[in-house]
Design a binder for this molecule. Structure first.
Ligand code: UD1
Length: 379
């Protein structure tokens, strides 16, 4: 059978990489990749690291293009690839515009769709925007919904998604994290190599569309104040390439002694850093999944999260983007060792590192290459 993997941004590539590798080892499957390159530099960094050479590259990124352009250009480009390759299954991941466009154009071509990381819900269509509805629509369009957790399975059922389409796998990000954590290599980024890792480090990341503008402004102002209050703590901020994020971060934070502004890190460097940080301040989805697995508390810079599992496990705290709320949540973790030790118990609500194996086994079973029905992840 032929599987076409479609992805386009950095996080999709990180989360698809373990599955692409796994599928490439299956003799009965021909697995090929089409990237939309909704992100150019940040995607290429991941493709290099995981040694993935996509068969197709739509190269759609231009600066600050509207969502409609992203989706339309993905759909047009993918139509040609679907027509030529006639895949038996299209796999998409997550909740970006590439994800939805990949699933919708496959559906229009009557090609079955598998959605990796199905069933996440924040319950608010504008938070995160447009991701919440991207993933809901993708779930509806998909014949196979690979739900990372039992909670995401329940979300799918509440949305009347057919139970027979749902398979609980764990999140492939934990597969990627476990593989990257095994490496003992020095970071490739020279600022990280030269950084003093004896003191406490706070990782900051922010890029969400709904945070662009006032949100990012507030986050940077909060980090500026925190860096004044906690002079012994180093704030490391790898800044997303979106100009609206880059310019604000530079304007507010450049030149501060204990704030290190970096260009986007390679995945191995990010994992190296995550292993060494004290806490994270982030609006990213991936970091909310990775940090708990390493026992690192996260202050979530969003009003709601579609990943409540780690909040329930007690390692993640949702603070929003109000300056004082961020300062209070981070300040407490930095100054109260007892609170910190409660938040820094490692928890693995998102996976056990075998999600890609389960997804591949399920596809083999469903397409008749194996008689054995694989087990779902029990967590
Ligand atoms: C996208 C996804 C979001 C995901 C995020 C991860 C959508 C709607 N959003 O948001 O779900 O969490 O990626 O990063 O699909 N840019 C570069 N070089 C790059 C990447 C981006 O210059 O390698 C700049 C471009 O100017 C681009 C802008 O960043 O226009 C924003 O990129 P875009 O893909 O539109 O949205 P993200 O905010 O990155």
């Amino acid at each position: 059978m032929k599987i076409l993997n479609v992805f386009g941004t950095r996080p999709e590539a990180i989360k698809m990489a373990p599955l692409v590798k796994k599928l490439s080892r299956e003799k009965k499957i021909k697995s090929i990749c089409a990237v939309t390159a909704q992100h150019r530099q940040m995607l290429d960094q991941v493709l290099d690291i995981f040694r993935i050479k996509p068969e197709y590259d739509l190269n759609i990124m231009t600066e600050n293009q509207p969502l409609q352009h992203i989706a339309a250009r993905c759909m047009e480009g993918l139509l040609k690839i679907y027509k030529k390759e006639k895949p038996d299954l299209v796999l998409v991941q997550g909740d970006t515009s590439t994800t939805l466009a990949g699933a919708l154009s496959a559906h229009y071509s009557r090609i079955p769709v598998g959605h990796v990381e199905a069933g996440l819900r924040s319950g608010d269509p504008f938070n995160p925007f447009p991701e919440e509805n991207n993933r809901r629509l993708t779930d509806i369009l998909s014949d196979f919904n690979f739900a990372p957790t039992r909670h995401s399975r329940e979300n799918l059922l509440k949305d009347n998604i057919a139970e027979s389409s749902i398979f609980v796998t764990g999140n492939t990000v934990i597969d990627a994290l476990m593989e990257a954590s095994r490496s003992a290599a020095e970071p490739e980024n020279s600022a990280l190599r030269n950084m003093d890792t004896k003191g406490r480090i706070v990782l900051v990341t922010a890029h969400r569309r709904e945070n662009i503008g006032q949100g990012i402004e507030n986050i940077c102002r909060a980090v500026k104040k925190l860096s004044g209050q906690f002079k012994d703590v180093l704030f490391v901020y790898p800044v997303h390439m979106n100009p609206a994020v880059k310019n604000t971060a530079a304007r507010i934070l450049r030149g501060r002694k204990n704030v290190l502004l970096l260009t986007p890190l390679s995945y191995p460097d990010m994992v190296w850093l995550l292993q060494r940080v004290y806490i994270c301040l982030s609006d990213s989805g991936g970091i909310q999944e990775e940090a708990p697995a390493l026992g690192k508390p996260v202050v979530v810079l969003r009003k709601v999260t579609e990943r409540p599992e780690a909040v329930e496990a007690g390692t993640v705290r949702v603070a929003g983007t109000d300056i004082d709320d961020i300062i209070n949540a981070a300040g407490e973790l930095l100054s109260d060792p007892e609170l910190y030790s409660r938040f820094s118990r490692s928890a693995n609500p998102y996976g056990d590192g075998k999600a890609s194996d389960r997804i591949a086994a399920y596809i083999m079973y469903k397409f008749g290459f194996s008689q054995e029905e694989p087990e779902q992840w029990k967590m």
